[in-house]
Design a protein around this ligand. Structure first.
Ligand code: PD2
Ligand code: ZN
Length: 302
């Protein structure tokens, strides 16, 4: 049985707890969750205990979700790592099978807490995928990556795809897709970089990397002046390659199969390998692979 959170010496129950819709997740509540989870108490029992101690159910669930996502946060800060910052996150309270994105309902296929990864089905229709490829195809060039030494851009042998960027909101199609992503991830459209489309031919790949900008690189302060750090990535598969081309997360030992219209989202609350968001595009073995990538920044990306 889970003890009640108010039994924690630092936690006092006040009558306002049940009425306040926006109760904060206090450090004491976080500590209580760590203690209980460490004692092997399962999530449903923890939520029940918090609710019967007077915590608002939404706050209880949010606290637990936060803890599951960043279980080592306290330890990380003690070790001098930067504090975790807010990240985009779909509304997945009560594990819905379907997620409402305003103009489209998306299927929830997989969630992982640490690293935070969410796999979604049916984010784009087949027609939207085809339209994105058609609009991108005449504008493709060998992919560049951000040159972390200088803050500029460079050709990178780790990334043997062709690519292009749409301007944010540059067409009704792009606008509609960006609004859907913003609604899905609860993150302002203005914080997104322009949507990127990549095309991999057989043999092409994107070797494992992190999407955040390494704070140790000299070009990073220049890069993050515009919009802050990247804190999340949404990759959408625009076609289904015949063989290969999955998105791999080596630290999670996970591979997401590329299926047209599906997407994988992951977030990183600090620019650190401890987020375990190392990921890569496995070599395409047969057929082509087309993806669209949306990177989310901390602040408005002007
Ligand atoms: O194409 C992919 O699966 C892939 C893998 C890793 C794309 C990216 N990173 C990216 O666009 O950042
Ligand atoms: Zn990447």
């Amino acid at each position: 049985m889970a003890s009640h959170p108010e039994q924690h010496p630092d936690t006092t129950v006040s009558p306002q707890r049940t009425s306040a819709a926006r109760q904060p997740v206090t450090p004491e509540l976080r500590q209580w969750i760590i203690d209980q989870a460490g004692a092997g108490i399962a999530a449903p029992a923890l939520i029940e205990a918090m609710c019967s101690a007077g915590w608002n159910e939404d706050v209880a669930v949010r606290a637990l979700e936060d803890m599951l996502r960043t279980p080592l946060d306290g330890v990380a800060q003690q070790q001098g790592q930067p504090a975790a910052v807010p990240v985009p996150e779909p509304q997945l309270h009560e594990s819905p099978a379907l997620v409402d994105c305003g103009d489209r309902t998306v299927n929830l296929l997989l969630t992982m807490a640490q690293p935070r990864i969410v796999v979604l089905g049916n984010l784009l229709s087949p027609e939207e995928c085809d339209a994105l490829i058609a609009a991108a195809a005449p504008r493709m060039a060998r992919s560049l990556t951000v040159a972390t030494q200088t803050g500029g851009e460079e050709i990178n042998d780790d990334r043997t795809s062709d690519g292009m960027f749409f301007q944010r909101g540059e067409s009704p199609l792009i606008q509609r897709i960006e609004e859907r992503m913003a609604r899905l991830l609860n993150w302002p459209i203005e914080n997104g970089e322009g949507l990127q489309v990549l095309h991999y031919r057989p043999g092409a790949e994107y070797k494992p990397h992190y999407d955040y900008f390494d704070p140790a690189e000299p070009g990073t302060p220049t890069i993050v002046r515009r919009g802050g750090q990247r804190v999340g990535t949404l990759l959408i598969y625009l076609n289904t390659p015949e063989k290969g081309g999955g998105t791999v997360f080596p630290q999670a030992q996970l591979e997401v199969a590329p299926q047209r219209g599906n997407a994988v989202f992951f977030s990183y609350a600090r620019p650190e390998p401890s987020t375990r968001t190392l990921h890569g595009g496995a070599p395409v073995i047969a057929g082509d692979k087309w993806i669209a990538t949306k990177w989310l920044r901390q602040r408005e990306y002007k």
